[in-house]
Design a protein around this ligand. Structure first.
Ligand code: ZN
Length: 416
């Protein structure tokens, strides 16, 4: 079933049970995540759920309505203008087999392994057998990018797209959406493919993790794709259901970061640009490459920005609350921006040509973020390496783990 106010089935008499303190749409039971007020109109207390308010209000006065799930098989052919590598083909077979045999699967793929292409055959198989498929991610950027790539390949298929504020809906047979949007579904998808399973806020949000299970059918399967798996994920899918793709699709090694020591922030406060950072930026711009400079805090980034602007004439900043964020990413892609200062918002989901990366005050970053950041470079076969520089106050366990993990990937060893 998928919930919608025009639905012809009443799933629950009221969306929120005021006594049992539960939201029937998102299963929230946390008292702090409800709002209660006295309604003059109804002459009684009304309670609504704050956890899923982004999808429209569910309260203790109105019924939760929906439309029954339907299934329809469809010949979902796709076009791919290159051949999958042997390891991609093997992974693709694992995906089809997981869908056919209804078991979960964890695809442990290095960044740039070509994950999206790996799921094409599985989607085709599922749709040919009338299964409802969702490709979801916690991040809007990733959802948009995946939707574009699926749309390019599955030209004749109608693909739903849903994320905050945007809804292109057909029949929910083949859906690309954020994990949040799964609150709208109950026992509906036979196969849910979760890209960037480790990304914020999914990994730590029990309601969102629950939404994946609830939106899936009882005997359906879930395919997790991630570059940084955890023991928890492995036990969720089952020990035997992990497949690792340790190499990028173009076959080159992942770039191992170069570590430099320095205190960028201290010098910025004295209105000086750290010499190491300046030299790295000089070299990168002289080589006509572009660079993402990652900062651990917005304030630190904005303090450094005028100094970088002064030396290099042009630079831009981006962070999660920046309304021009998407247009700046587009300009960077088109070559209009050479130096882009950023918070971790661009740690994943973006691909730029001829890109190098500098991480400032690396001692602040956890290793899974650093692994994602390192994965930004060398994604294109025309520029398969790229350079990654960590500028740090001191070496940390997380920096060491990042280097160790990347080296293990390059040697083809398992790192879980
Ligand atoms: Zn709710």
């Amino acid at each position: 079933m998928y919930f919608n106010s025009k639905g012809d089935v009443v799933y629950k008499e009221t969306g929120v049970d005021i006594r049992k303190n539960i939201c029937h749409r998102c299963h929230n039971r946390d008292k702090k995540l409800f709002y209660e007020f006295y309604s003059e109109l109804y002459g009684r207390d009304v309670k609504y759920c704050l956890n899923c308010i982004g999808l429209g209000r569910v309260d203790s006065m109105s019924p939760l309505k929906g439309t029954e799930t339907r299934r329809k098989s469809e010949q979902c052919d796709y076009e791919l203008n290159f051949e999958l590598t042997d390891i991609q083909k093997e992974a693709s077979k694992k995906v089809v087999s997981a869908i056919r045999n209804k078991h979960h699967l964890l695809l442990h793929a290095v960044t740039g392994a070509g994950k999206t292409e790996i799921i094409f055959e599985g989607i085709k198989f599922a749709r040919a057998h009338g299964l409802n498929v969702a490709v979801v991610s916690p991040r809007i950027d990733v959802v948009k990018e995946v939707h574009l790539r699926l749309g390019d390949a599955f030209r004749k298929s109608r693909i739903d797209l849903m994320f905050a504020g945007v809804k292109v809906k057909f029949e929910h047979h083949f859906t690309v959406c954020t994990v949040h949007q799964l609150y709208n579904f109950h026992d509906h998808f036979d196969c849910i493919i979760v890209d960037e399973y480790d990304a914020f806020p999914l990994a730590d949000d029990k309601h969102l993790l629950g939404a994946i299970d609830k939106a899936g059918t009882v005997d359906g399967n879930i395919i997790i794709m991630t570059a940084t798996p955890t023991r928890k994920m492995v036990s969720y899918v089952g020990e035997g259901n992990v497949f690792q793709i340790a190499r990028r699709y173009h076959g080159h090694d992942l770039t191992v970061p170069v570590i430099h020591y320095g205190n960028v922030n201290k010098e910025v406060r004295r209105k000086r640009l750290n010499g190491k950072l300046k030299r790295l930026l000089d070299d990168i711009t002289a080589a006509d490459r572009r660079v993402l400079v990652f900062f651990p805090e917005i304030k630190m980034m904005y303090d450094a920005y005028p100094l970088i602007l002064k030396y290099f004439g042009e630079a831009e900043t981006v962070y999660s609350g920046d309304e021009a964020r998407y247009s700046k990413v587009e300009r960077m892609r088109a070559g209009g921006i050479k130096i882009l200062l950023t918070t971790t918002i661009l740690e994943r989901g973006v691909t730029f040509k001829n890109l190098d990366v500098i991480v400032v005050h690396t001692e602040y970053f956890p290793s899974d973020t650093l692994i994602q950041i390192c994965g930004r470079v060398g994604r294109k076969p025309q520029d398969p390496t790229g350079n990654v520089h960590f500028i740090t106050l001191y070496n940390t366990h997380h920096i060491q783990k990042t280097v160790r993990t990347i080296n293990a990937f390059n040697k083809g060893r398992s790192v879980i």
